[in-house]
Design a protein around this ligand. Structure first.
Ligand SMILES: [Zn+2]
Length: 297
């Protein structure tokens, strides 16, 4: 019995030694590659910088490519709250700031540019009406921040120069929406109309992958939930958002485009319940009526 097992082992070892030269290095490395790639997947680093907390409740965002340290600052509208972060991180070598990005021209988004430029004389990427803008990317054009791919998405309505910026790093996806899309809401139609907001939310942004995290320009979630509940008072997705916003002060980056399609009434203009409630059956008219209701609320 033992002798037979011994013989079998000897034969196996002999056969393996014959096969060894055939198992070449390429085969081994290609077998290992998916594992290695998984282990080295990098996620872009996003730091929220709250500004005018308690009044405007704005957010600036510092986005860094972990490997190259290249970084951009999005909507650094209040320099006294943003510059100390940028200076500390630049001085310590944690970031190499390469661009200033603006989502639109409003003062509480682009109003810090002049002051920021004094410390960081960098290109300003943003809508055509943004203070000191050096480049307005065309719709769907792309640029890179290290390994992060950025796509500019024109979403005119809140302002005509509103641009959302879609960031992709491997499987990690984020969209910076300024005052176009908020968690559970949307911006006022200052320079545009319902058809434009419908296109911005329900075609352009809804067309992004569902797992894209949403980073809006303001923390407005609690107010948006109050309004959403007036529209639909017993909706599971809205209730879930309410629970989260009651328990958490900050909601940016915690919800995705897929979530917005569920809990954001402005992205549910085709929902029969909402259509019946507002007394309209055309998506653009639903959008117009919802915004009018929100403006009056
Ligand atoms: Zn605005």
């Amino acid at each position: 019995m033992f002798r037979r097992l011994g013989r079998t082992l000897t034969v196996t070892v002999f056969l393996m030694s014959l096969l060894a030269p055939l198992i070449n290095r390429t085969a081994i490395t290609s077998f290992l590659r998916p594992i290695t790639r998984q282990a080295t997947v990098r996620a872009m680093h996003i730091q929220s910088i709250p500004m005018w907390e308690g009044t405007g409740n704005n957010y600036a965002y510092l986005v860094t490519d972990d490997q190259s340290k290249e970084a951009v600052i999005i909507d650094p509208a209040n320099p006294p709250e943003v510059l100390p972060v940028l200076k500390e991180k630049s001085d310590s070598g944690a970031i190499k700031l390469s661009k200033i990005i603006n989502t639109h021209h409003h003062h509480d988004h682009a109003g810090g540019n002049v002051e920021i430029l004094k410390s960081f004389p960098l290109p300003i990427i943003g809508g055509k009406d943004c203070s000191k803008v050096t480049e307005t990317p065309s719709h769907t054009s792309t640029f890179n921040i290290g390994s992060i791919k950025v796509t500019a998405l024109h979403t005119p309505c809140h302002t005509q120069d509103s641009i959302c910026f879609f960031f992709e790093d491997g499987s990690d996806k984020a969209v910076f929406t300024g005052d176009t899309l908020f968690i559970g809401g949307c911006g006022r139609f200052f320079e545009g109309n319902a058809a434009e907001m419908h296109k911005a939310l329900n075609e352009t942004l809804a067309g992004l992958p569902d797992d894209t995290k949403v980073y809006p320009g303001h923390e407005y979630t609690k107010g948006n939930v109050l309004f959403a509940k007036k529209v639909l008072d017993n909706d599971a997705a809205i209730r879930k958002l309410e629970e989260y916003s009651n328990a958490n002060k900050e909601t940016q980056g915690k919800f995705t485009i897929g979530d917005e399609k569920q809990h954001n009434v402005f992205m549910r203009v085709n929902d029969p319940d909402i259509q019946q409630l507002v007394g309209e059956d055309q998506p653009v008219e639903v959008m117009r009526t919802l915004r009018q209701m929100k403006d009056r609320s």
